[in-house]
Design a protein around this ligand. Sequence first.
Ligand SMILES: C[S@@+](CC[C@H](N)C(=O)[O-])C[C@H]1O[C@@H](n2cnc3c(N)ncnc32)[C@H](O)[C@@H]1O
Ligand SMILES: [Zn+2]
Length: 277
Amino acid sequence: MIDILCPACTQPLQRAPRTWQCAQRHSFDVARAGYVNLLLVQYKHSLDPGDRSDSLQARRAFLDAGHYAPLRRAVVEQLRAHAPQSVLDIGCGEGYYTAAMGAATGATATGAAPEVIGLDIAKPAIQLAAKRHREVATWLIASGAQLPFADASLDAITCLFTQLHLREMQRVLKPGGLLLVVTPAADHLQQLREGLFETVQPHEPDKFVETLGTGFALQSTQTLNFDLLLNHADVSNLLCMTPYAWKARPERREAMAGRTALQTAAAFVILEFERKA
Ligand SMILES: C[S@@+](CC[C@H](N)C(=O)[O-])C[C@H]1O[C@@H](n2cnc3c(N)ncnc32)[C@H](O)[C@@H]1O
Ligand SMILES: [Zn+2]
């Protein structure tokens, strides 16, 4: 097990089944569902930070229908090539991708179990994740801006459709450690967006490469394209889980939500970086 640090004093937490405690006796309860809340009030910035419950439920239903299974396979395959002993999934949401990552981890030299950690700032996200996938990962409520890990302590970080906190990712990754970033490719959900907006702005995955340039070296870029055949419920879920859909004019949004079927492109970019020494 890797060291998880107390958010109040940064000393390692002793993990017991019911409570985690540091040497200074700051303690954090393990919730009944099996997660730990390490988000201190001063880092919360709002009462309910992160994704809201309705959007999380919609994402879970959409992912459960299997529409992004090819992406999950591709992420696990790419991780497997590195056989990391520790993986941190930042902004893990309801845990669809995180829960599959254990299959990609490698055995440690000491025989200790490898560990996958799912971390999200939204309490309802971690609740959903822990309830379904308690045993396969460690679930933490915390912010990507304040990661509860020691410097150079992790083998791999994944960030799927989540804001990047570069300094913290660089700090906690081991030199040579792996960062996988997944972001929409230029034409992701093109037909959906053409229905919602008069002008469709292409997504800009290259922006990530530019911002990550200093501390991380780009190792590979993989694009993944496949068709989505969506029914009425899938389209409603997709609209609810996609933040920019709310910017569409109400009549366009309603027309899209009323569709009984939609064929649209799924297009993703998987960027693999190495943390520079
Ligand atoms: C678009 S969702 C992606 C969820 C998941 N990776 C997936 O692809 O299904 C972005 C997630 O980032 C979380 N998030 C937003 N700000 C965060 C922060 N500062 N630290 C950690 N997670 C954050 C949200 O709560 C949300 O679950
Ligand atoms: Zn402490």
